[in-house]
Design a protein around this ligand. Structure first.
Ligand SMILES: C[S@@+](CC[C@H](N)C(=O)[O-])C[C@H]1O[C@@H](n2cnc3c(N)ncnc32)[C@H](O)[C@@H]1O
Length: 222
């Protein structure tokens, strides 16, 4: 089903320029675009040199905004390829005057263009599309192709935290982490049973919990 483009989207995106970077897509080939490496000045973006955490596929930005509000000493960069949903997070960050969150409207494939080497401490992959159909595995955000690209900006000793409701995707991810040299430190097969009061519930997580589905979480360290 096609999503309706929100009214006045371009105007609203422009009004969020203090928190939003829109990808330079003048180069249409993502691989070529990403050759122009590490162009973002992260210290200038946030006005400090605090720790940086990255959420890829942030949707409407609930997790990114709440993670930033919880600890103002951490800078959060939230990435989403669909501007139509991303706009909600950007507008919330401005309305609530959240100082430590920034958004990039781009696909994960182009992130090495923006993020300098060893600039990110943690990558969150929250309810990434599981893409179960045959032939789409390469687009999963935990496919070895992506896990190798994350090494271009993730710090040595940095971690990836993945949450999903999809068991097959979870197993696929665990295998990919190990294949690419990430040490799996946590494999949780029922997040609700952990009673982790630090867990920030995302939009999709709330939806799946309300359906009574189990949530899986993995932490993998480089
Ligand atoms: C199922 S939603 C989850 C949204 C949110 N993280 C949550 O937990 O509620 C997955 C999101 O990832 C985004 N996404 C998928 N592939 C992406 C990619 N290659 N680069 C950036 N965003 C991507 C989709 O547009 C979608 O908004």
């Amino acid at each position: 089903m096609r999503m309706h483009r929100k009214s006045r989207l371009e105007e609203r995106l422009a009004a969020c320029s203090s928190v939003l970077t829109v990808a330079d897509l003048s180069e249409k080939n993502m691989k070529i675009a990403a050759l122009d490496r590490g162009s973002a000045d992260i210290c200038a973006l946030f006005g400090n040199s605090n720790r940086v955490e990255l959420e890829i596929g942030c949707g409407k930005g609930k997790f990114a905004c709440e993670t930033s509000l919880r600890d103002k000493r951490v800078n959060i960069i939230a990435v989403e390829k669909i501007a139509n949903v991303l706009i909600e997070g950007c507008e919330r960050a401005i309305e609530e005057n959240i100082p430590n969150v920034r958004f990039i409207n781009c696909a994960a494939e182009v992130l090495p263009k923006y993020l300098p080497a060893e600039s990110v401490d943690t990558i969150y992959l929250n309810f990434s599309n599981p893409l179960p159909k045959c032939g789409y595995a390469k687009q999963r955000l935990t496919h070895p192709k992506f896990l190798e690209e994350y090494k271009l900006f993730l710090k040595k000793g940095g971690k990836i935290v993945q949450k999903t409701d999809d068991y097959d995707f979870f197993l696929f991810s665990l295998e990919s982490f190990e294949k690419c040299g990430y040490a799996v430190e946590e494999k949780c097969f029922d997040l609700a049973a952990l009673n982790d009061d630090r867990n920030i519930v995302t939009e999709h997580e709330r939806h799946f919990m309300d359906m009574g589905k189990k949530i899986y979480r993995a932490v993998a360290r480089l």
